[in-house]
Design a protein around this ligand. Structure first.
Ligand SMILES: Cc1cc2nc3c(=O)[nH]c(=O)nc-3n(C[C@H](O)[C@H](O)[C@H](O)COP(=O)(O)OP(=O)(O)OC[C@H]3O[C@@H](n4cnc5c(N)ncnc54)[C@H](O)[C@@H]3O)c2cc1C
Length: 336
C-alpha cells in the first residue's frame, strides 16, 4: 500500500462483507480504523444474508490471513437448475461467522458517524450507498429469504421465474437457505406464484428458523460512478456493493465485495487508478447489466447474450450449455 500519511483517521461505514474485510486488511497494515454500522433486526445479526460462493472465496479469504476452510458449510458438485442437473463447483459458507472473525477484537460503533472527525470515510454500506451520491440508472432486486430446517434432504436448486429466481442451498444437515429475488416491483407476487416454501414444507416437513427481506444492487460498477467523492480531507471512497460490485445476472456479491477491498488497498492514494482498476476487474458485470436491461425491457436476445449468462454462471461455479443459457434467459424474461 502506498500511503500519504499513515496516521490518517479512517472511518468505515458498514461492517458487512466488504467493510469487515477491509478493516482487517487495514489493521494488518498497522492502521487505526473505526467501523460503524446500523443495528440489524435480523436473527443472525447481519443485514444481507448470503451463503453461496464460488471457489474464488477460498483465495480471497486467504488474503485476509484467515483459513477459508473454516467457513465452508457444504461443497457441491451439482446444482439443479430449472429441473436440469448441472455440473457445478460451489459451496455454502458461514457468512456471519466470517464477518465475526474478520472483526475479532474490533468494537463496531452503532452511533452517529461524525464525518468531521475523520480524514477518510469508506462507504461500505452495501445497497444503502449512504455516503456516496445516489445512482441514476439503478436496478435493484428485492429478496425474501428464509433459513429452514426440514425433515428430508433437499437438492441445491435454482428455479428461474419471470424477473428473478428462487433458490435453495444446503447449509448443513437439514438446514437450508431458501429465497426469492426479483427486479420486479411486485416481487411478493412472484413469491405467491412460486409457492415454493409451502410446497417444500408440504413435501419435506420442517419449519422456518428465520425470515427476512433484503435488496441487491444489480446495477454494475460502470453505472455506480463516482466511486470516490469529496466530503472528507482524503475523500469518501466506496467499496463492495455500494459501488455495484455484484453479478447483475446472479445477485452474488460476497467475493466481489472482498475483492474490491483488496483493490482499494492497492490504489489507496489514487482515486483515478482505483476507479480504473475496479472498472477493469468487473468489466464483465457491465456486459451482464446490458443483458439484464434486455430482460427488463423485453428486448430480443442475441446468442452473445446467452454467452454472457453462461459466463456469469461459470463465475458462480455452475457449468451450462449455450442452449440452456438461452432458454433460461427466455424464462427469466417471461411475465405472467
Ligand atoms: C437476500 C440476499 C441473499 C444473498 N445471497 C448471496 C449469496 O448467496 N452469495 C453471494 O455471493 N451474495 C449474496 N448476496 C449479496 C451479498 O450479500 C452482498 O453483495 C454482499 O454482502 C455485499 O457486501 P458489502 O460489504 O458491500 O455490503 P453488505 O454486506 O450488505 O454490508 C453493508 C453493511 O452496511 C451497513 N449499513 C447500511 N447502511 C448503513 C449506514 N447508513 N451506516 C452504517 N452502516 C450501514 C449494513 O447494516 C451492513 O452491515 C445476497 C444478498 C441478499 C440481500
Amino acid at each position: 500500500m502506498r500511503t500519504k500519511e499513515r496516521r490518517a483517521r479512517i472511518a468505515i461505514a458498514g461492517a458487512g462483507m466488504g467493510g469487515a474485510y477491509l478493516s482487517r486488511l487495514l489493521r494488518k497494515d498497522g492502521r487505526d480504523v473505526d467501523i460503524f454500522d446500523v443495528k440489524s433486526e435480523t436473527k443472525c445479526g447481519i443485514a444481507a444474508c448470503g451463503w453461496a460462493a464460488s471457489k474464488s472465496f477460498l483465495e480471497v479469504v486467504s488474503g485476509s490471513g484467515l483459513a477459508p476452510e473454516k467457513y465452508i458449510l457444504q461443497q457441491s458438485d451439482h446444482l439443479v437448475m430449472d429441473a436440469i442437473k448441472l455440473k457445478a463447483d460451489f459451496m455454502t459458507v458461514d457468512k456471519p461467522r466470517l464477518i465475526r472473525d474478520l472483526l475479532a477484537g474490533v468494537k463496531v460503533r452503532y452511533g452517529h458517524l461524525d464525518m468531521a472527525q475523520y480524514d477518510r470515510i469508506i462507504d461500505a454500506t452495501g445497497v444503502a450507498r449512504a455516503y456516496l451520491p445516489s445512482v441514476e440508472d439503478e436496478v435493484v432486486s428485492s429478496c425474501v429469504q428464509c433459513r429452514m430446517q426440514t425433515d428430508g434432504v433437499l437438492e441445491n436448486r435454482v428455479t428461474t421465474q419471470s424477473g428473478g429466481y428462487t433458490w435453495c442451498f444446503r447449509l448443513s444437515g437439514h438446514d437450508y437457505h431458501v429465497g426469492w429475488g426479483s427486479y420486479l416491483a411486485e416481487s411478493w407476487k412472484l413469491i405467491d406464484q412460486v409457492r415454493w416454501l409451502d410446497d417444500t414444507r408440504r413435501t419435506f416437513g420442517g419449519h422456518a428458523v428465520c425470515r427476512c427481506t433484503g435488496n441487491i444492487r444489480l446495477t454494475a460498477p460502470h453505472y455506480c460512478r463516482p466511486f470516490v467523492t469529496d466530503g472528507a480531507r482524503d475523500g469518501v471512497w466506496g467499496v463492495g456493493e455500494a459501488i455495484g460490485c455484484v453479478n447483475p445476472l446472479g445477485g452474488d456479491g460476497l467475493v466481489y465485495a472482498m475483492r474490491s477491498a483488496q483493490i482499494l488497498i492497492d490504489y489507496w492514494d489514487d482515486p483515478d487508478a482505483y476507479t480504473e482498476a475496479i472498472l477493469e476487474e468487473f468489466s464483465w458485470m457491465t456486459k451482464a447489466r446490458k443483458v439484464l436491461d434486455k430482460v427488463i425491457r423485453m428486448n430480443r436476445f442475441e446468442l452473445s447474450d446467452a454467452r454472457v449468462l453462461k459466463d456469469c454462471l461459470e463465475r458462480m461455479g455452475v457449468w451450462i450449455g449455450i442452449q440452456q443459457a438461452a432458454t433460461i434467459l427466455m424464462r427469466f424474461r417471461r411475465r405472467h
